[in-house]
Ligand binder design. Structure first.
Ligand SMILES: Nc1ncnc2c1ncn2[C@@H]1O[C@H](COP(=O)(O)OP(=O)(O)O)[C@@H](O)[C@H]1O
Ligand SMILES: O=c1ccn([C@@H]2O[C@H](COP(=O)(O)OP(=O)(O)O)[C@@H](O)[C@H]2O)c(=O)[nH]1
Length: 373
């Protein structure tokens, strides 16, 4: 894909040039940077070592050269350092007391920090994903996203993901809407809602709403992922989408049980990672196809910086944009490639005007969906 090539060219110099980038560093880069650190340390210690082991003029001290007797002042000071007290017992308890109190203080501080901090989010995006994936899905909170209080012993748990499909593809039409950040997914989705009555589910909007929800167990995790341009663990996003679909069908039908209720959904900005794609199609509903808005990085960046003037989003800034581009190329494009191999991608050039992009979208959807549109 020529646009992809452009995007890859665009991000390469920035991602490889920044050492504190949150995007996944190529393994080689990681390895070389970890090799560089010891050598820096080695240089430092060499420097210190050279100073400390500088040979002093040798003045051999022979036993015979020592003064035979100590002056009274010296004798007194030695009583406090080396010579045992008159009663013969050395007092060790103050040392034990200090060590004991110090250890207890350190332990309490460590416990407190452990409770306050969410899973440590390292700079490397892939490492961050691994860190959060260590938290296994909980099988005891079926009403996610419910208010799950964080007790001191409770780590962040992922919501459960069901193993059967929540909706039937014969009732529900799902179209994934993908494209780089700022490609116009949201803009085109809104138009499609107005014209065809789709239900628009933006994964990013759902995550931002969950982030703000008082008592959300995932708020801090989501906020960190979004700022870092990383992908929130799929359990969270898949469950949010499933819940939103169910809510929409319930609202539409006025029934609690939504089996047999028809609906058509634009799932915007999802799936951004292969695991999400597979999990959603296995457990929620298979997608009909992917609407992919193709746009070069230069244009995306221009649009995002413009949007950032008014969006209030924590990730519409140059640093986060760079990270999002890298995540898009490395993690999300393989999803598009996967669906393309299956003949399930409808590619639309997103560089023309909003109206023209929409006309092209309508044309393609009509061809694909026919009466279902
Ligand atoms: N075809 C287009 N031409 C110019 N600007 C566009 C176009 N499509 C969207 N935009 C603008 O670009 C910005 C990003 O669009 P948006 O739909 O929010 O992108 P996404 O949902 O893909 O992140 C918005 O400010 C929007 O008005
Ligand atoms: O399935 C998703 C969709 C979004 N995000 C996060 O939400 C951010 C914003 O996504 P959105 O689709 O709102 O914005 P875009 O980047 O497309 O402009 C992304 O960078 C990710 O951090 C995520 O983790 N999983």
């Amino acid at each position: 894909m020529c646009r992809l090539v452009l995007l890859r060219q665009f991000i390469r110099p920035t991602t490889t040039g920044c050492s504190n980038s949150s995007t996944p560093l190529p393994q080689q880069q990681l390895r070389s940077s970890s090799r560089a650190e010891p050598s820096l340390c080695a240089r430092r210690s060499l420097h210190v070592g050279a100073a400390s082991i500088k040979p002093k003029p040798s003045t051999p001290i022979s036993r015979t050269a020592r003064p035979a007797t100590l002056r009274p002042q010296q004798q007194q000071s030695r009583q406090y350092s080396g010579i045992p007290p008159p009663n013969g017992s050395v007092k060790f308890w103050p040392f034990f007391l200090i060590i004991g109190v110090g250890s207890l203080g350190y332990y309490m501080l460590a416990q407190k920090r452990h409770d306050i901090l969410l899973p440590h989010f390292p700079n490397d995006t892939e490492a961050a994903q691994q860190a959060v994936h260590k938290h296994q899905p909980s099988h005891s909170s079926p009403n996610f996203p419910a208010v799950v209080p964080r007790s001191s012993s409770q780590a962040t748990k992922m919501p459960p993901v069901s193993t059967t499909r929540a909706f039937s593809a014969s009732d529900v039409t799902v179209i994934f809407v993908l494209g780089g950040p700022g490609a116009g997914k949201g803009t085109q989705s809104h138009r499609l809602v107005e014209t065809y009555g789709f239900t628009h589910l933006s994964a990013g909007d759902l995550l931002r709403a969950e982030q703000k929800r008082p008592g959300s167990e995932f708020g801090e995790l989501i906020s960190q992922c979004i700022r870092e341009g990383a992908i929130v663990p799929m359990e969270v996003t898949v469950k949010l989408l499933e819940n939103a679909m169910r809510d929409s069908l319930r609202e539409k039908s006025g029934k609690e049980d939504v089996s047999g209720v028809k609906g058509k959904f634009l799932v915007d900005g999802f799936p951004r990672k292969m695991d999400q794609a597979l999990k959603f199609e296995q457990t929620v509903c298979p997608a009909r196809f992917v609407l992919f808005y193709d746009c070069p990085a230069e244009e995306l960046e221009k649009r995002l910086l413009e949007r950032g003037k008014t969006s209030g989003r924590t990730d519409d800034n140059p640093e986060s944009i760079r990270k999002r581009f890298a995540t898009f190329v490395e993690t999300s494009m393989p999803v598009v490639d996967h669906y393309e191999k299956e003949g399930r991608v409808v590619k639309i050039t997103a560089t023309t005007s909003i109206d023209d992009v929409f006309k092209e979208t309508q044309k393609q959807l009509t061809e694909r969906l026919g009466d279902d549109l």
